[in-house]
Design a protein around this ligand. Structure first.
Ligand code: BG6
Length: 509
């Protein structure tokens, strides 16, 4: 099974020209090129395609080919086949230009026409905006001005936009209004790399491809849901960006709320982009934005101080490069949300995420209610944990269902035992970047895994009041957790108030 297509789709994407804005950036060399190359190796890239890189740095087609050949050697996630790469490289082009200068877009338009002629390509063009958010609207406007966003007979024009989509609700709305002046919603692919992760995509298959879970997937059987996205890494070289963002904007508004909506949504009527996205947005709309006093009671923020990660001393957040030494930015959040609908009323959804935590792990825990009758004696019952389902998003992708079994022996002695499925059971998989499925889906016009604007808006409506309160009431106790721990103690108190505990899967075993 080792080299099966990543997505299970069989047909290659539509023949197209892929234009990458930000072609000399980190995202392009570390993720996008390796992902496109993986698609080629898996025969999911159209046979006929071309890639045009656009960036400010001075270069030309030949130099660009030399550069990406060196990059792919360094960042490919699979051995590079000379023949495949040679074809990829021949089909790669470059134009230098400032995104503020309308001339760049005239050149681009001419270059696309040229390349399409050379390779006899149809009019399909995928524009990937791997650029700073301040350029999103500008680039799209200029593309429109030179006519590059116009779809003509049977051909498509699509734009992939990276996060962050806005800095808050107002700026997200403004950005969206700017974009939709020039392109239609169906042409906008708001990417979220979490939705490209195998285990996240598997949530839907797990819920709706099995008949045993859906009947119990509700408040009668589920007591709580926990989503943890913990990183050991700090802000690395992104202090400048992160200090204006913080973990709520960086992780919760997009990745975590999107994962939560997959866990909580109603079954869609089909797997098509809009059916799934209709259900996801309903979940977000059912999370009522909190009032100020609810925010104080149901959220905890933190910022890391110096500490130990894997035995190595690491500095505190405020001394990281490009971070304000008095920064009030949160690097940790824990919160309790309520999805106010019939399926989930009164079931707490606990989410937490942070940098420089004790482990690198993303997991979703579904905590089931205790069995209704104490058949085996109170003492035994008190020692056994209620059933739990854990979706290990990363690392060690898999699913575990904790159940109870009788230990062998004459008396009744009950043990908690795991039923486990691990992705490694599928055999060895070639590592991927996580962008393969998303790029491929864009090439076939499948929007399921991309954010539609209504869900972006709904997510901002949830987090914006929290950010406003935090902005108004500066944290007095930052830094309030040491690097290498599970965040501030207040995060434990938050969940203990409702009789629960954070599930530290790696440590609980
Ligand atoms: C990005 C955030 O979207 O996701 C980063 O900007 C974060 O701050 C990263 O580190 C986490 O992604 P992953 O795939 O490593 O869990």
């Amino acid at each position: 099974m080792s080299d099966q297509p990543l997505t299970g789709h069989e047909c290659p994407g539509d023949p197209c020209t892929i234009v990458i804005f930000g072609a000399s950036g980190d995202l392009t060399k570390r993720k996008l090129l390796p992902a496109l190359y993986n698609l080629k190796a898996l025969k999911l890239m159209p046979e006929n395609f071309a890639v045009i890189g656009v960036a400010v740095s001075d270069s030309n087609d030949e130099l660009y080919r030399t550069k990406i050949t060196a990059d792919i050697k360094e960042f490919a996630t699979r051995p590079v086949d000379d023949k495949d790469w040679e074809d990829f490289s021949r089909r790669s082009y470059y134009i230098a230009g400032d995104f503020n200068n309308p001339e760049t877009f005239k050149h681009l338009s001419a270059k696309i026409a040229d390349v399409q002629k050379t390779w006899n390509l149809p009019g399909n063009v995928l524009f990937y905006l791997a650029v700073a958010p301040s350029f999103f609207a500008k680039v799209v406007e200029q593309l429109d001005i030179v006519g590059l966003t116009t779809e003509t007979a049977g051909s498509w024009r699509r734009v992939i936009i990276e996060k962050p989509f806005g800095h808050d609700l107002a700026s997200a709305r403004e950005l969206n209004a700017d974009l939709t002046t020039h392109i239609a919603e169906r042409q906008i692919y708001r990417i979220d790399h979490y939705l490209g992760k195998e285990t996240v995509q598997n949530i839907m298959v797990f819920r709706f491809g099995n008949s045993v879970f859906e009947p119990i997937w509700n408040r009668r059987y589920i007591e709580y849901v926990q989503i943890t996205v913990a990183e050991e890494l700090g802000v690395e070289l992104r202090g400048g960006y992160y200090d204006h963002s913080g973990v709520v904007r960086d992780m919760v508004q997009n990745h975590i709320l999107s994962v939560l909506s997959l866990v909580a949504m109603e079954p869609p009527s089909s797997i098509s982009g809009d059916s799934v996205r209709n259900e996801k947005v309903k979940v977000l709309e059912a999370i009522r934005p909190m009032e100020p006093e609810e925010i104080l009671a149901n959220t905890v923020r933190g910022q890391y101080g110096a500490g130990l990660i894997n035995g190595k001393h690491v500095p505190g957040y405020r001394t990281e490069a490009d971070v304000n030494p008095d920064s009030n930015t949160e690097t940790f959040v824990a919160m309790k949300l309520q999805v106010e609908n019939w399926r989930w009323a009164e079931v707490p959804f606990y989410i937490r995420s942070g940098k420089r935590l004790a482990a690198h792990t993303t997991q979703i825990v579904i905590g089931f209610r205790r069995a209704p009758l104490l058949l085996f004696g109170k003492n035994i019952e008190n020692n056994i944990m209620p059933n739990r389902l854990v979706i290990h998003v990363q690392p060690d992708e898999g699913i575990t269902l904790d159940i109870h079994a009788k230990r062998p022996g004459p008396s009744i002695n009950i043990a908690n035992v795991p039923l486990e499925f691990s992705y490694s059971d599928f055999g060895e998989h070639t590592a991927a970047t996580g962008y393969e499925t998303l790029l491929y889906d864009c090439m076939i016009g499948d929007t399921t895994l991309f954010h539609r604007y209504d869900s972006v808006d709904a997510s901002w409506r949830i987090v914006n009041p929290i950010l406003d309160i935090w902005q108004a009431l500066k944290a007095r106790d930052f830094p309030n957790y040491a690097a290498g721990t599970w965040g501030p103690e207040a995060a434990d108190h938050l969940i203990e108030k409702t009789g629960h505990k954070w599930h530290h899967y790696l440590l609980d075993r």
